[in-house]
Write a protein that binds this ligand. Structure first.
Ligand SMILES: [Zn+2]
Length: 242
């Protein structure tokens, strides 16, 4: 045993670590947290991290017994994909005559700035009931409420999703700010929560500056501070228990 490892062993025996940086090591790389990495996904039909895919399939099996067919509309999404969604919406809103500020506020009712989507993590999924006839836009709140085609699925998920680790981040809570209510969106809490914790430690103001992003000159420092507080953190409390 050399002197260094002897010292490390001795100190760790009395509960002192001389390598604190090793304990604070990040589990998720910055590129993975920003949607710029290559996460290992379950498969192309279930584009979720492997353990998330396993939990999803268990939940799907249980829902199936009640005649509900959980179907993925959207799961993992890369930074570049989010950027193209943002730019498409920005150009469309601009043509309608919205000012840059109105435009950005309109986009962030439901869509995120690239680099800030929970869909980047492979832990989040938008779901519908595949046993129903699919007509037009499926991710509309009314379709999940009252007599809507996905109301039965939503009720089942209200009762059971958390048992499989899935929590809805964008709740109907009136006190919640940020993105609108999304009854279709679920996060796998056991992984999404530690990912959010590491994500919040990043220097977003530097990392989010994106070339070729429509409207980027209007994303001021004040805007980003508010966006972090109200949008990134405007989620169910269960997903913020670090
Ligand atoms: Zn979503």
């Amino acid at each position: 045993m050399n002197r260094k490892s002897f010292l490390t062993t001795s100190l760790s025996l009395i509960g002192i670590s001389i390598w604190p940086e090793a304990q604070q090591k990040k589990k998720y790389s910055t590129s993975i947290l920003l949607g710029k990495g290559k996460p290992e996904l379950y498969n192309s039909d279930i584009p979720l991290l492997k353990p998330v895919g396993v939990a999803y399939l268990e939940m799907q099996k249980a829902a199936n017994k009640e005649g509900i067919i959980l179907e993925i509309v959207s799961a993992y999404r890369s930074f570049d994909r989010q950027k193209s969604i943002w730019n498409r919406k920005y150009i469309r809103n601009k043509k309608k005559g919205l000012s840059p500020e109105e435009n950005i506020n309109k986009i962030i009712e439901y869509s995120t700035l690239p680099g800030t989507s929970r869909h980047h993590w492979g832990t989040d999924v938008d779901l519908i009931d595949g046993s129903k006839v699919r007509e037009g836009d499926v991710l509309l709140t009314d379709k999940f409420l009252g007599q809507g085609p996905y109301a039965k699925m939503k009720k089942w998920m209200d009762k059971n999703a958390a048992n499989f680790g899935f929590i809805r981040p964008y709740t109907a809570d009136e006190n919640r700010k940020g993105f609108y209510y999304e009854p279709w969106h679920y996060s796998y809490a056991p992984i999404a929560t530690p990912m959010l914790k590491e994500y919040l430690a990043l220097n977003l103001k530097t990392l989010l500056s994106t070339p070729d992003l429509e409207g980027s000159e209007y994303l001021s420092s004040n805007f980003l501070t508010k966006y972090r507080k109200e949008n990134i953190l405007g989620i169910a409390k269960e997903l913020k228990r670090f």
